[in-house]
Design a binder for this molecule. Structure first.
Ligand code: PCA
Length: 214
């Protein structure tokens, strides 16, 4: 059995739900064959999110970590390629903090690449009939913060672990009164199962185009 930790976030920005945590729970309730899936809900707070992630990793000792967050406005499941060493908040976090251009790890590398096979994960979600693409930015809010902290942990302390970040669209109930894209939580959960199962068996990523011109 491959040990997998899936994390989601608490609601933020005035929302009453966060589809990342809903989908993580649904995915873990019916884990793919061969995977033992653990879950943790992270606060949408700079610093505290990272501490909670570390505690969950120490408790569950996963081989693979997939952190998941809501990216309202994106139409598809996006597998993040890169985390950057900066906190630059457009909105306050759950504790009211609004850091501007602060390093997440002082003196750390400018960026880290995901250690998940991002192209293979995108291909697996598409093969399951769901929309997915590679994303080249996880933003500079709490999701990027957690992704960078995870990648730094892997690079400096836990080299045998692999991990990355996946952003998911709004759930339909969040957008009933706005013209915004959404995906049912059950579909997002299926996509997370595909990603976890693919990461567990794929060491060398697919060589497939997944870039963007802008
Ligand atoms: N999305 C936010 C933080 C929490 C979440 O679910 C982000 O993309 O940074």
């Amino acid at each position: 059995m491959t040990r997998v930790l899936l994390t989601g976030f608490e609601p933020f920005d005035g929302e009453s739900t966060n589809p990342s945590w809903q989908a993580v729970r649904a995915a873990a309730a019916e884990p793919p064959p061969g995977l033992e899936v653990f879950t943790a809900e992270l606060p949408c707070v700079y610093g505290a999110s990272r501490t909670a992630l570390r505690s969950a990793i120490e408790e569950t000792r996963p081989e693979i970590v997939v952190c998941v967050g809501q990216a309202g406005g994106r139409p598809d499941i996006t597998v993040e390629r890169v985390a950057v060493n900066v906190d630059d908040a457009r909105i306050p976090d759950g504790a009211g903090a609004e850091p501007i251009d602060e390093e997440i790890v002082p003196g750390g590398p400018a960026g880290y690449f995901s250690t998940l096979p991002v192209k293979a994960c995108v291909a697996a979600v598409r093969a399951a009939g769901l929309p997915a693409s590679v994303s080249n930015t996880a933003g500079t809010f709490v999701c990027n913060h957690v992704f960078y902290a995870l990648a730094h942990l892997i690079a400096t302390e836990m080299p045998e672990m692999r991990g990355g970040f996946v952003h998911v669209p709004y759930a339909p109930e969040q957008v009933v009164d706005r013209a915004q894209p959404s995906l049912p939580v059950a579909s997002v959960a299926q996509a997370l199962r595909e990603i976890a199962a693919t990461a567990a068996v794929t060491r060398t990523d697919l060589r497939a185009a997944g870039g963007a011109t802008h």
